[in-house]
Unconditional design. Structure first.
Length: 519
């Protein structure tokens, strides 16, 4: 039991089952509990809470398998939680990180200081292009009208030509062109897509960037979970419980479970520890599983099946794999104040059909002192490919790469850890993104509760939360948290609790709570 945790769930009041103990599920449960709905059961398939927030330890190093950054500071509930528990927060200044990066070319050839300066400037120009696009251009209807469906790569190529390559010739141009691959890869990683051709400009317009700095939690992102979980009665969270079937009543003839006037939804889950199937009946079920799971297992889980607009949104939104490679060394081979190791190959081709290691361009230096380590990222097909290899095989390939670029002195890592989000049966992907086939309305369709008919005898049987249901903040931890609170709020409103009387949780200010119905 966590210190200060509520003792027991209650059997009184409406029964709410929450599928998934990621941040959205925990936030939903915490908010319901804070408002005296304690007849709660949070069913989590894994043997831990947190979902895509997962910190592991390699020696003294806190390694993030999933979420790394707290994106934005103003109104970010995750930062508020971190501050409230006194967690160490480190501001992540992207421009400064690039200033202190080590740049390497193939076969030990070195960049001159002037070339490094030029590369740093190109990177900063790209950051400015993005900032301008998010905060200025995407607010301009004329710009959006012209570019809404344009794929992001296509757009960047035009501005890169104009703002980075213009006037450059010879070797300078070659070097700059090779650095575009780094920028391309950064954008794939940020959007969570295998190819930024799959990402449309309007994604930047629908998504709202919280103002203020990005930051990381050197002591582990998972520190923010405990204060949220503490607000939930301990007995309400059941780990190793994989939900397999959700039977509900769609109010127009489809009926998975005849409630005889009792609970309208029947949930069947597999207790993975005992192998027994368990059944629980609920008034409301909040589904928070990733859209990777919803897409793959939805048809066999829901009866009656989910409506077409929901399944179609789920299928069409981008939800590719992003994986990380963590490399630990006894003796860092990079210099003490270095922030990243960047490997720039000479060729400039962007895209598919290459060896997975070609995408390992930037390794961020994480941790501090002797507990420093390198973090590389892979997206899409390359991220899927790496899941078929052992950690050691991946470590060896990374060493070969470093020896080619940095020099033969680079040692083998003492430990390599590769994440496997694509094949994770409780995730099947990483984070959602809008592509040119989807709009913010698809996100709203995903988030809409069922049955859709407002006059249904049993309204709000199925509610949907999770990062991909957050129109403004999809793909993020704060978006996921807001979405869980939003659905809890929907239930509270249903039971006639006025918005003003709904208590917040964990430092989320009341203005933010008032906005929840819109996230
Ligand atoms: C590699 C990576 C890097 C990221 N980096 C960042 C970042 O830097 N900053 C940021 O803000 N966000 C980042 N994200 C995204 C962020 O982690 C997610 O948006 C957020 O954690 C999602 O929370 P959630 O509650 O919506 O879903 P999840 O965390 O996926 O929670 C869903 C839960 O449901 C459980 N579940 C699934 N199926 C079942 C079932 N059948 N029965 C029972 N339980 C089930 C899962 O085990 C999981 O615990 C990253 C994600 C990844 C993968």
């Amino acid at each position: 039991m966590l210190q200060g945790q509520k003792a027991a769930a209650s059997s009184k009041g409406p029964k709410v089952v929450i599928v998934g103990a990621g941040i959205s599920g925990l936030a939903a449960a915490a908010k319901l509990s804070a408002n005296n709905i304690n007849n709660l059961l949070v069913l989590e398939g894994k043997n831990r809470i947190g979902g895509r927030i997962s910190t592991i330890k390699i020696g003294d190093r806190f390694v993030e398998e999933g979420a790394t950054w707290i994106h934005g500071a103003d109104g970010n509930p995750i930062l508020a939680i971190a501050r409230s528990i006194g967690a160490k927060v480190e501001v992540w200044d992207y421009a400064e990180k690039i200033e202190k990066a080590g740049w390497h070319r193939k076969n030990g050839r070195r960049f001159s200081n002037a070339e490094i300066k030029m590369l740093q400037e190109a990177y900063k120009t790209h950051l400015a292009i993005i900032e301008n696009m998010i905060f200025t251009e995407c607010k301009d209807e004329d710009f959006l009208h012209e570019h809404r469906r344009q794929n992001v790569l296509n757009f960047f190529e035009e501005v890169w030509e104009e703002q980075i390559l213009r006037g450059r010739t010879g070797e300078e141009e070659e070097i700059l062109r090779s650095s575009l691959r780094l920028l391309y890869h950064k954008e794939c990683q940020d959007a969570g897509v295998k190819d930024i051709r799959d990402c449309a400009i309007h994604s930047f317009a629908v998504y709202e960037t919280l103002q203020g700095y990005d930051s990381v939690l050197p002591g582990g992102y998972d520190k923010i979970l405990e204060p949220v979980a503490r607000e939930i009665p301990e007995s309400a969270i059941r780990l190793n419980s994989a939900v397999e079937r959700i039977e509900w009543n769609d109010g127009v003839g489809g009926c998975g479970w005849h409630d005889n006037g009792k609970k309208p939804v029947r949930v069947i889950y597999n207790d993975l520890a005992s192998g027994r199937k368990e059944t629980v009946y609920a008034d409301h079920v909040i589904v928070t599983v990733s859209i990777g799971c919803l897409h793959r297992y939805g048809p066999s889980t829901f009866f009656p099946p989910l409506p077409e607009d929901k399944t179609s949104a789920c299928k069409r939104l981008s939800f590719d794999t992003v994986n990380k490679i963590a490399l630990a060394y006894d003796q860092p081979f990079w210099s003490r104040d270095q922030t990243a190791v960047i490997l720039l190959a000479d060729d400039v081709t962007l895209g598919k059909g290459e060896h997975w290691s070609r995408d390992l361009i930037q390794f961020n230096v994480r941790g501090s002192g002797d507990a420093r380590w390198l973090e590389g990222w892979l997206c899409g097909d390359h991220a899927d490919e790496v899941e078929k290899l052992t950690n050691d095989e991946v470590g060896k390939t990374c060493t070969e790469l470093f020896r080619k670029f940095v020099g033969p002195h680079v040692p083998e890592p003492t430990a390599t850890h590769v994440t496997r989000w694509g094949s994770d049966r409780f995730c099947h992907g990483s984070y959602a993104c809008l592509n040119s086939d989807t709009t913010g309305d698809d996100i709203d369709n995903l988030a809409a509760p069922l049955p859709g008919n407002k006059d249904a005898t049993h309204p709000l049987q199925l509610l949907f939360a999770g990062e991909a249901t957050s129109r403004k903040y999809f793909g993020t931890v704060h978006g996921a948290m807001f979405s869980g609170q939003r659905e809890a709020h929907r239930i509270l409103r249903h039971y006639s609790k006025a918005v003003g009387s709904v208590k917040g949780c964990n430092g989320v200010d009341s203005k933010v709570l008032q906005q929840l119905s819109k996230v």
